[in-house]
Design a protein around this ligand. Structure first.
Ligand code: CA
Length: 406
């Protein structure tokens, strides 16, 4: 799914952990009276031209007010990038592995039938579920017609959002999802799979047989739709996504990447091996070399299936989170090669512990939710100053240990 880089509530919250602005930009001013209503009027005819009836359009836009906070979010530019080790530490932690394994057992029958129909294995499907919506626990709360309507009339990329608005109305018109349940991320991704409305129309399937593809409330529909997405993106049931490898000393990673696919024999010739030093599988297909933290960090050979996962959100970090979570769900180990940092990232449980320790020191950081937002980061900076550490606002293992010890 394109556009979900900022459409994922979970992902957005994680990315925000590194982005602190000393003073956030002022909120978008409200539009002139009637401006929104007049804009919606102009959308009536184009909506009708793509299959939204007059009745549907009226029903869902009657008295609709714009939500200008989505324009703030559209314009928000994180000031700092999250390090890959922080990003993965929050997305693939013990808690998510345990929850995913419990769900693998709970939905074993459905997942088996999904695999028979689509050829995508249970661990991969459940890993996507875990990263997209925290297994359906983080679905977003924005009423979709309101946010997509606002994005269709204000801000940049109105044409893109209009297409999604019309798709969202067709979904309601077809009765797939009850209007009061039709909420999602501010940018329009919704449900357990966090599909955009147009992605829903292309790829959502009814797997529990009630005639509706209900990605808000049906786990079978959501799991099968995820598998369908991956198959349409080129998933091969006879190949893994890839695997961590060992590079020879002084290996030159310049010019290598996901898209620079080479036959396994080429990598073998250049001295790349499995982690245990054994030879790469000869018949595994062409692979690209991914080194998200450079040659000194973990290195991965990624095959075609990694591209299929990448297609979900157009982010290699994101793809790696899903791929790694799928391995962990199968009982696989954490990466063997450490990240090139002396201050590794925190799991969500550890982030909650940091928040609890900050509250104990009298900081007002709001709720203990494992999401290190603006308030948490301000408090972290104060504590870092007090501890004589660099006041970065970032929480890693060092800060956690210091807070525990004081
Ligand atoms: Ca269904």
């Amino acid at each position: 799914m394109k556009e979900t880089r900022y459409a994922l509530p979970l992902l957005a919250a994680l990315l925000a952990t590194s982005a602190w602005a000393q003073s956030p930009p002022p909120p978008t001013p409200p539009p002139a009276p009637q401006e929104f209503e007049n804009c919606l009027k102009t959308l009536r005819a184009p909506a009708r031209a793509v299959g939204v009836t007059e009745e549907t359009f009226s029903r869902f836009t009657q008295g609709l007010q714009p939500d200008m906070s989505v324009i703030d979010k559209l314009n928000y530019q994180p000031e700092f990038r999250t390090a890959i080790w922080d990003y993965l530490a929050g997305l693939v932690d013990e808690q998510r592995v345990a929850e995913g394994q419990a769900l693998l057992a709970l939905h074993a029958d459905t997942l088996k039938r999904v695999q028979e129909r689509y050829g995508v294995d249970p661990a991969t499907v459940v890993a996507v579920w875990g990263v997209e919506s925290n297994f359906g626990q983080t679905l977003g709360k924005s009423p979709l017609v309101q946010s997509l309507g606002t994005l269709s009339c204000f801000g940049r990329r109105q044409g893109y959002f209009r297409t999604e608005l019309f798709a969202s109305m067709r979904i309601l018109q077809a009765g797939h999802i009850a209007p009061e349940r039709f909420v999602g991320s501010w940018a329009g991704a919704f449900g357990h799979t966090q599909f955009m409305p147009s992605t829903f129309e292309r790829l959502a399937v009814d797997f529990d047989g009630d005639g509706k593809a209900n990605l808000m409330d049906s786990a079978p529909d959501a799991l099968a739709s995820t598998a369908n997405f991956l198959v349409k993106a080129g998933w091969r049931s006879d190949q893994p996504w890839g695997f961590e490898v060992k590079l020879p000393r002084d290996f030159n990673v310049n010019g290598e990447g996901r898209r620079t696919k080479r036959p396994m024999s080429d990598w073998t010739e250049r001295g790349v091996t499995r982690l245990d030093g054994s030879t790469l599988p000869a018949n595994a297909g062409a692979a690209g070399l991914l080194t998200p933290a450079g040659a000194q960090g973990p290195a991965f050979l990624v095959l075609r299936n990694f591209d299929a996962i990448y297609g979900y959100n157009a982010s290699e970090s994101y793809g790696l989170a899903i791929a790694h979570l799928s391995d962990r769900l199968r009982g696989g180990a954490p990466f063997a090669t450490p990240w090139p940092t002396d201050d590794p990232g925190l799991s969500r449980a550890e982030r909650r512990e940091v928040q609890t320790l900050l509250i104990a020191r009298g900081h007002d950081i709001g709720e203990v939710d494992g999401m290190l937002g603006d308030k948490s980061r301000s408090a972290i900076r104060l504590e870092q100053e007090r501890l004589g550490q660099e006041a970065s606002g970032r929480a890693g293992q060092k800060l956690l240990k210091s807070l525990r010890g004081h």
